[in-house]
Design a protein around this ligand. Structure first.
Ligand code: SF4
Ligand code: SF4
Ligand code: SF4
Length: 166
């Protein structure tokens, strides 16, 4: 579960990395899936959508086509396994995949720490220690450490952290 104390305290300034915004329309999906095609094949016929109901962080939203996507407007994923346990269609079925298939990047054009303002809001909730600063500035996310949990996204005061499905 989340280290609420650590994550809750820091809601100041911050953010994120290089780059062009990519424009993928593909939703970011819940973890524990090893075949993305299953979402469109099996989820529309899942009547109760239990994954969305059990998510304690309330980050699973059901799209118009009946498939789940993750939203990181307020919270992130704790990899609590509840959606995995709730899915009885085999869409979320692989406990060996406790990460989200997405890339998380800091937009250096928006990030204040790339423009001379001290801000570490994104670093504080990252339990993976995946956000590295050069001295106090120029934060970048190390993809090999990042699980795409999304906790850094809502704390950025200038909305500079973007997540995109892989
Ligand atoms: S519980 Fe499983 S099958 Fe149902 S919507 Fe969620 S991921 Fe899809
Ligand atoms: S692992 Fe837990 S927090 Fe993450 S999406 Fe599933 S139910 Fe929600
Ligand atoms: S999405 Fe990546 S960088 Fe952001 S808090 Fe999670 S692990 Fe850290």
């Amino acid at each position: 579960m989340v280290d609420e104390g650590r994550r809750g305290i820091f809601t100041s300034l911050s953010s994120a990395l290089r780059g062009e915004k990519k424009s993928s329309e593909t939703p970011v999906r819940p973890p524990y899936n090893n075949d993305p095609d299953l979402f469109s094949r099996l989820c529309p016929e899942c009547e109760e959508k239990p994954c969305a109901r059990v998510c304690e962080e309330d980050i699973i939203e059901i799209c118009e086509n009946g498939t789940p996507k993750l939203l990181f407007q307020k919270r992130g994923c704790t990899f609590c396994d509840e959606c995995l346990k709730a899915c009885d269609k085999g869409v979320l079925s692989d406990a060996s995949l406790p990460f989200i298939k997405a890339s998380v990047e800091i937009d250096i054009l928006k990030c204040m720490a790339w423009h001379g303002t001290i801000c570490s809001s994104c670093k504080d909730p990252c339990l993976e220690d995946a956000i590295k600063f050069l001295a106090l500035f120029r934060p970048e996310i190390e993809p090999e450490r990042c699980t795409a949990c999304g906790w850094c996204i809502p704390v950025c005061p200038v909305d500079a952290i973007k997540i995109q499905t892989l």
